[in-house]
Each structure stands twice: as structure tokens, then as C-alpha cells.
Design a protein around this ligand. Structure first.
Ligand code: FES
Length: 82
């Protein structure tokens, strides 16, 4: 059996969710929208091709930079957004 490699989702600064690794995206009925290894998903809400990023985040000036919380797990968790 081959080892399963991690799929990494990067929250890009002022941009999309970049997915690197094997992924399958399906619609609400289970129909395949995408199956492959690398894709960018919209997180600004302005893409004309959701759930995929079409770079509209640049046009609308989307601003969001997410950084990992350096505190140990469980510390200050009440202040974290889900
Ligand atoms: S994040 Fe790129 S179009 Fe929304």
C-alpha cells in the first residue's frame, strides 16, 4: 500500500485557498466539479466561477491575511474564530 501524502491548503494573503495535493470537489449532488492535484478556491466570494478562484479578488481589493495562532492548543481558544 502506498503512503498517503498530505493535501495542503494554503490560505493565501489577500487571495484564494490554494490546494496542493490530491483533491476531488463535488457539488451538492455528488457530481464531480474537479478532480486533480492543484486548484485555487475562492474565499473572497466574488469569483464568477465558484468555487474556483478566477482572480476577481484582485479586482475587488479583497483584504485578508490569516496567520497561525502561535499559542499552544487550548490556550485562548475562546478568542479564535472557527
Ligand atoms: S479568492 Fe480569487 S476570486 Fe475569490
Amino acid at each position: 500500500m502506498e503512503p498517503v501524502e498530505d493535501t495542503i491548503i494554503t490560505v493565501r494573503a489577500n487571495g484564494s485557498y490554494r490546494v496542493n495535493g490530491r483533491v476531488k470537489i463535488v457539488d451538492h449532488e455528488g457530481n464531480v466539479l474537479f478532480e486533480g492535484t492543484n486548484v485555487a478556491l475562492c474565499r473572497c466570494g466574488h469569483s464568477e466561477n465558484k468555487p474556483f478562484c478566477d482572480s476577481s479578488h484582485r479586482r475587488v481589493g479583497f483584504q485578508s491575511v490569516v496567520s497561525a495562532d502561535p499559542r499552544p492548543a487550548g490556550v485562548g481558544i475562546e478568542n479564535r474564530t472557527p
